[in-house]
Design a protein around this ligand. Structure first.
Ligand code: PGA
Length: 241
């Protein structure tokens, strides 16, 4: 695992966007694994700037997002479909038909999750997977538990995640209790994984991810076993290393 520490979240975002841009320049039909949350916003802003400057072209890229809540409409202001349109898809020239976010409203979630995994494999696998990290060490919505769950699956969110995500909703009661998440398998199969973490409230999770043993209690710790994982973290998130 390679670790790079920056002074500010904006610098982490610039570095991460540069890595993704390099991937797109190297392979114009790259498969991008994308993430939501507050952390990737500086990365997306910088990617949009690079697109506007003519440095990168998304027209042949395809993307697969990590996760989506179960049971809120796609156009809900807190849905990850909406987040991706607002922060990236509607601001660059990616073909929306080439973007994929799990359908948390599928009538058959089992079918949805297995076809999502298959679509990634059929596309040739993820070239670069962008990740945030939860305060509890989750990646995607792979919550702490007894094992690493390999396939895309339905998840019951932990209290810690509901607490962390309530800031986006009107009240804690409005936070969905379930989600669909890419499993650890697809994340580990990505050819490159880049995890961004900023702020003091990620310091413990980053410590456990980097210095702890590999354990499903800290799902991100599995990245120690990934051959090409890079962490872009700010000084605050690095403060316990
Ligand atoms: P955040 O979420 O970027 O909003 O902190 C990250 C995550 O939960 O994976």
């Amino acid at each position: 695992m390679e670790i790079r520490i920056f002074d500010t979240p904006a610098q982490c975002g610039n570095a991460c966007a540069t890595l993704i841009a390099a991937q797109i320049i190297k392979k114009e039909d790259s498969i991008l694994g994308l993430a939501t949350g507050s952390t990737p916003i500086p990365t997306y802003n910088r990617l949009v700037e690079m697109y506007q400057q003519g440095i990168i072209d998304f027209s042949k890229c395809r993307s697969f997002n990590l996760d989506e809540y179960v049971g809120i409409p796609e156009d809900h202001p807190c849905s990850y479909h909406r987040f991706m349109r607002d922060n990236l898809f509607d601001r660059v020239n990616i073909d929306i038909a080439n973007t994929h976010v799990p359908n948390g409203n599928a009538s058959d979630l089992q079918k949805e999750t297995s076809s999502y995994d298959k679509a990634i494999i059929d596309a040739g696998g993820i070239d670069v997977q962008l990740l945030g990290i939860g305060r509890n060490g989750h990646i995607g919505f792979n919550e702490p538990g007894e094992k690493f769950i390999t396939p895309c699956h339905e998840v019951t969110l932990t209290e810690s995640t509901i607490e962390a995500n309530k800031r986006f909703f009107d009240s804690e009661n409005d936070v969905p209790r379930k989600a669909v998440s890419l499993g650890i398998g697809a994340i580990m199969r990505a050819r490159c994984v880049v995890l961004v973490a900023t702020g003091k409230d990620k310091a413990q999770a980053i410590h456990d991810t980097v210095k702890g043993e590999i354990t499903p209690d800290v799902q991100a710790s599995i990245l120690q076993a990934h051959p090409n994982a890079i962490l872009f973290i700010d000084k605050e998130a690095a403060s316990m290393l």
